[in-house]
Design a binder for this molecule. Sequence first.
Ligand SMILES: [Zn+2]
Ligand SMILES: [Zn+2]
Length: 546
Amino acid sequence: MVNIMKKRYFIGGAWPYANNSLHVGHLAALLPGDVIARFGRMNGWEVIYVSGSDTHGTPITERAKREKVTPASIAERYHKEFVADFNDMLFSYDLYTATYTDYHMNLVREYFKKIEEHGYLYETTEEQDYCESCGQFLSDREVEGRCPVCKKITRGDQCEFCMASFDSNALTEKRCRTCGSTPSRKKNKHLVFALSKFQKPIEEFSEKMAPNWRWNAVNETKKYLSQGLPDRVATRDLSWGIEVPKDGYESKRVYVWIEAVLGYMTAGTAVAEKKGIDFNEYMKQDGNLNAYYVHGKDNIPFHTVIFPALEMAINPEWALPTHIVSSEYINMKNEVTSEEEKMSKSVGNIITVRELADSFPADCVRFYMILNNPERRDTAFSKADLIQSCNKILSGGFGNFVNRNLSFIKKKFGGVVQKGNVDVEVQSHIRELYESMGKKYDAAELRSAAEDMVDLISYANKYYDEKKPWVQAKEEDLSAFWDTTATCLYMMVNMANLFAPIIPNGSAKLLEVLSIGEPKWSEATLPETFEIGEVPILYIRLEGQK
Ligand SMILES: [Zn+2]
Ligand SMILES: [Zn+2]
C-alpha cells in the first residue's frame, strides 16, 4: 500500500493532436513537465505523470477522407511517431496513451454519465444543416458558401478571407463540402454542458491559485471569465469518437473538448491502478498535492476554466490545478539574418522533434530548451545556438570539469582516490543549491534552475583553476592535492544530482563512474577512498550546423 499522505505530484502534459508531427514548439511547452516529474521522483514523492495523443475530432476525419484511409490509421500513425519522439527526448511519462484506447473511452463514458447525474447536462433542439445524400448533419466546418461580407466562397462560421464571423446560416449558396449538394435545415438535438453554472466557483478558485500560476494563465483566465462563461455543446454528429452513453444519441459522439482534457483523469486512474493506489484518494487536496498542467499558452482556458469545471461536475473532491505551466511561444531565429520569425509551414522553417532527435544528443536539446524556455516571454530557437550552448556549457564546462579531474587521477594515481577533506565553503554552497534549486523546480521556474546549473559549472571550474591540483600533485605532502580532489569529486557527484532533472543521461553516466546508483535530491558524499571507473566523455563537441 502506498502512503498517499506524503507529498504528491500529479503532472498532466498536454495531449498533442495526432494529425501532424511534433515540432520545437511542442517540445518547449511540454519539456517542463518531464523536468518536474524527475525532480519529484528524486525526492521520493508519489509522482503520477501522464499524457497521450488526442486522436478524435474532425481534422482527423477530414484528412482521412482526403487520403482515403480510416481515421484510426491516421491517429495510429502519429501516435506511434509521438511515442518515439518522446522516448528519444527522454520523457519519463508514467503513461503515455491515446484517446482511442478502450480504457479512456469507457472511463469518459462513466464521467459523462456522472456529469448528467449531477445535473450539468441538458438537451437542446436546434435547426442545423443536414445533407440528404451524405445522410448526416453538417458542422460549421463541413458547410461552405458565399461570405455575407466579402462574397467569397468560404466555410464555417468565420470567413477565411475577410475574417468576418457570422452565423453559418448567413452564408448564401450553401453546399456540403463532402458531396457538393445543397443542405436542408432540420431539427437536431444535442446535449449541452452547463459551463455557465461554474462562473463563480472558477472565479474564486482561479483567484486563489493565481500566485502559483504563470502570469499569462492568470491574465488569460481573467479575460475569459470577464466575458461570462457560455454553456457549451457536448455532443456532435460524427462517427469517429466516443459514443454518447444516452439513448437517442447513437449517431453522435462526445465532443473532443470534453474528452481530451479528461484524458488526464483516465490516464491518471490507469497509473494509480497499476501502483495500487486509489486515484480519487490520491487526487484529494489535503495540502500535499501539487497538480501541474503543462502546455502552450493557446491552451490556457481549457486548463484553467473548462477542465476544472468538468472536474467539479464529475467529482468535486478532485484537486483543481495548483500549477499552470503555460509557455509563451518559441520563434525561429533565421540562421542567416538572425531575425526572429514565427514558425510556419509556408515559410518552411518548422523543425520537428524527429529532426532534433536524429541530429543531437537528447541532453543537449533538453538543456538548451530549458535554458531558453519561453517561460515569461517568447524566445527564439536556432540550431547554431543549441550547438553553441552544448559545446560551451555541457561539453566545454561540465564535461571538461569531470574529465580533467578524473583523467588526472587515472593517469597519476591509477584511478585510486585517497582520503581528503571537502572544502566547507564549497559544501555549504552545494547545500544551499539543494534548497534554492529545489524551490525552483517545484515552482516550475526552470530557466532559473538551468541558470544555476551554468553558474555552478563555472564555479567548479574556477575552483579547480585556482587550486591548481596539477601543481599540488608535485608537492611532497599530497594532502592539499587530495583535499582539492575530494572537493572536486564532491561537487561532481552533487552536480549529477542537481542537474539530473534536466540532463538525465549525462548525470546517470557520471553517477555510474562514481559507483553511485540513482540520482537523489539530497547531498551526496563519496567514500573516503575508492577507485574510479572508466573516465567517460559526457558530451562530445558538436560540429557545425547541419
Ligand atoms: Zn469574407
Ligand atoms: Zn453531402
